[in-house]
Design a protein around this ligand. Structure first.
Ligand code: PEP
Ligand code: MG
Length: 747
């Protein structure tokens, strides 16, 4: 194919299709393919390297290199020219391979005789499958046309690999999606779960990558693109009044759907013999490969839009909807790139676990998963390409690890872990009704965090003494429109009913930053975590705050009511919010509504500034709750959402403990009730140290109450306080090592 004409290309694809349709075993097919490609391209060598595991490429077939090197020559990802093609998903085209950057000499192949080298990644939708190489003796650079032709062939090889065309003999050709894999992500919600994969969006399967009739394929592509354009226009029309960000995405969709470059490339792919769906996939795969290399967030988002659009187009072409007809397994573990909180709630507690390729610790989906106590692993690279519906999967939410198609040893070890956790839960159940009194007689109150109606049953099962933090924004986040006051009255009323008289601390709307309501106009802020959020929004736009306060008062309907304002940074904000409460009470009285029996109004301490507020603030505020998640992020200037920095600073760092100590002292002076409701309250060692610093009320996930109580019951806080003081005096950065030593001696 030295002249690289389209008809030559089609001829080669036709021969490849015959090879694919033959009864040959996998290796014979591969051998035939390398022979056909070398012949058609007019090169002395054609080789196919496939991934043996995620890091190792293996020469699986060759025409022209030493036959003995097949299944012997292996390269790590990034090693040699072939490894570099795979690693960077980039074509390498050089007339003088031995002088090219990264060249590695592999004597067993006899390739030193060949000067020119053209390597093309074999990839499918972001999944790296291997590398296709042609080489020739004469020192020449391959033409753009030849590169293009080989890219089309690589696409077909990728589809064949995916369809299992090369499976058959030898461990080296073991089929895809059958090996066991361990994937690492981040903890979104602790807990361990075993089950079977349920893909939120099952992958599209292309069974016909090659087509004989390019005219027909062009027609199919044009029809499908037309359908896609009409669909996008309709969506745009419908959301003209909606959210700006969604509009931007749709505008980007429309731009791509009308992009001449995108269409032209797909038309060229078809002219060379690919079917319409294979052409879409080829462009999509290349866009995904680019996505991996791009650092610019805006560009990445646009490439992700193109990816979504290609998925829609593929579904139109193949007729495969997101409903594949598969049945939800009995023990489903949801696998998705990302998922919205509403969709997750629809699955509800039927899910045993969740694994997200993207997601983040503070995303709405993570908040819902936490509320439902479903183990969640986020940032799990490659999971959506590796997993197939129904695959056996084990999710370790504690370590942020996912075992896909685990082998027997992993299964046994993992089941032991689950059994141990079940034993522990039984032990915790036995102390559920015990008061939390430490060895040295200090009594603590352990309460729980909640945000959904679904959380309330945990009040009884965990033994929590009440709800220390009810995040009211969840109800706002999981809807498509602002809830009505009457809906809120009914919801808050049901929450109080379910609490059976136990205290519930309702936190008013904490939106902004990462929690953006789908129906609120998004504000473009350079630094949303430090921006217009929580009480700042409430005071500037008091309508929603008043509506919520009214709903809370009416829901209490004569019962005690506790209200807490989030993110108060200075006393004046609390004073203004408190004034709103008083005004609302007055208004409700005039309207003839029953008023709460008692009313407590407090604030969250989430910014270091509030710890240094005038003493009058501590005298005035009804109670304080330390929001450790935010307080820590602002104290250490380390974004709680940023994986790179969020674990960098220890909660047991002496500076942070000194801040806690100061807050405890100031509250003690004014007799202000104080609690701690960040995630650290649910981590036994952190909780123990907070208790040693003088905190007496800890609010945490219900599942943490057992482990935290169990440790507190066994501990002497005075002794621990001394250990902490000594470590501080020794000038240690964190008291953790000293505390761990002490705990070991205790056991
Ligand atoms: C906190 O910041 O610690 C807190 C409990 O609030 P949220 O996690 O909802 O921001
Ligand atoms: Mg907070």
């Amino acid at each position: 194919m030295a002249d690289g004409t389209e008809s030559e290309s089609r001829k080669l694809l036709g021969r490849l299709r015959e090879a694919m349709a033959s009864d040959d075993a996998g290796q014979a097919r591969l051998d035939k393919i390398t022979h056909l490609i070398a012949d058609s391209m007019g090169t002395e060598v054609c080789s196919i390297y496939l991934f043996r595991d995620a890091e190792t490429l293996e020469l699986c077939a060759t025409e022209g290199l030493q036959p003995e090197s097949v299944h012997q020559t292996r390269l790590r990802m990034g090693e040699g020219l072939v490894g570099r093609v795979a690693k960077y998903s980039k074509v390498i085209n050089t007339p003088d391979a031995p002088s090219a950057k990264g060249f590695r000499y592999m004597p067993e192949t006899g390739e030193e005789r060949f000067s020119s080298f053209l390597g093309i990644p074999v990839q499918r939708l972001g999944e790296k499958l291997g590398v296709l190489v042609v080489q020739s003796r004469d020192a020449r650079e391959f033409s753009a046309d030849e590169v293009y032709a080989l890219e089309v062939v690589a696409m077909v090889v990728a589809e064949m690999t995916e369809l299992g065309a090369f499976v058959g003999e030898g461990a080296a050709l073991s089929p895809l999606h059958q090996q066991s894999v361990l994937l690492r992500g981040g903890t979104g919600q602790e807990g361990a779960a075993e089950g079977h994969v349920w893909l939120h969006e099952p992958r599209v399967v292309v069974t016909n990558p090659i087509a004989d009739d390019p005219h027909r394929e062009l027609e199919r592509l044009n029809e499908a693109v037309e359908e896609l354009r009409v669909g996008v226009d309709k969506m745009l029309e419908m959301s003209q009044t909606g959210d700006k960000e969604q509009l931007q995405v749709l505008e980007a969709y429309r731009m791509f759907a009308n992009s001449k470059g995108w269409m032209r490339r797909m038309e060229e792919d078809i002219a060379r013999g690919l079917s319409a769906e294979a052409a879409v996939e080829k462009e999509q795969s290349q866009a995904r490969a680019r996505m991996e290399q791009v650092n610019d967030a805006y560009l990445r988002e646009r490439l992700a839009d193109l990816d979504d659009l290609s998925n829609r187009l593929l579904r139109i072409l193949t007729g495969q909807g997101s409903n594949s007809g598969a049945e939800l397994p009995a023990d489903p573990i949801l696998v998705a790139r990302n998922i919205g909180p509403g969709e997750l709630l629809e699955y509800g507690r039927s899910l045993k676990g969740i694994v997200l390729e993207e997601g983040s610790v503070g995303s709405h989906a993570a908040i819902v998963a936490r509320a439902l106590a479903i183990p969640l692993v986020v940032h799990t690279a490659r999971i959506t390409t590796e997993a197939l519906n129904g695959d056996h999967i084990m999710v370790d939410g504690d370590q942020g690890i996912v075992h896909l198609r685990p082998d027997d040893t992993v299964v046994t070890a993992f089941r032991d872990k689950i059994a141990m956790q079940a034993d522990a839960q039984e032990r915790y159940a036995s102390i559920r009704d015990r008061k939390t009194v430490t060895r040295d007689g200090k009594e603590l109150s352990l309460v729980m965090n909640a945000g959904l109606m679904a959380d309330l049953p945990s009040l009884d099962s965990s033994g929590a003494e009440g709800v220390g933090l009810f995040r009211t924004e969840l109800q706002f986040l999981v809807r498509n429109q602002m809830p009505k006051r009457s809906e809120l009255v009914s919801l808050y009323g049901r929450v109080l009913d379910a609490a059976h008289g136990k205290r519930v601390v309702f936190r008013t709307l904490d939106i902004g930053s990462d929690k953006v309501l789908p129906y609120m106009k998004p504000t473009d802020e350079p630094n949303p975590a430090l921006g217009w959020r929580a009480i700042r929004v409430g005071l500037d736009k008091p309508g929603v705050m008043r509506m919520q306060l009214q709903a809370l008062i009416r829901a209490a309907n004569g019962r005690p009511l506790t209200i807490m304002f989030p993110f108060v940074a200075q006393a004046e904000e609390y004073r203004m919010a408190r004034a709103e409460v008083d005004k609302t009470i007055e208004r409700e009285r005039k309207l003839g509504h029953v008023l709460p029996e008692t009313l407590e109004v407090g604030a969250m301490l989430e910014t270091p500034s509030l710890a240094f507020a005038p003493q009058k603030f501590f005298d005035d505020v009804g109670f304080l709750s330390i929001g450790g998640n935010d307080l820590k992020q602002f104290f250490f200037a380390a974004d709680r959402e940023n994986e790179r920095v969020r674990r960098r600073y220890d909660t047991l760092n002496v500076s942070f403990l000194s801040l806690i100590e100061r807050i405890v002292e100031r509250c003690a002076i004014s007799g202000t009730p104080l609690s701690f409701c960040g995630e650290d309250a649910g981590r036994p060692i952190e909780a123990l140290c907070l208790a040693a610093m003088g905190i007496r009320t800890l609010s945490m996930r219900p599942a943490s109450i057992g482990p935290v109580k169990s440790l507190l019951l066994r501990s002497n806080l005075d002794d621990l306080r001394k250990i902490i003081s000594d470590a501080r005096h020794r000038g240690e950065q964190s008291v953790r090592p000293a505390v761990m030593d002490w705990l070991k001696q205790q056991s």
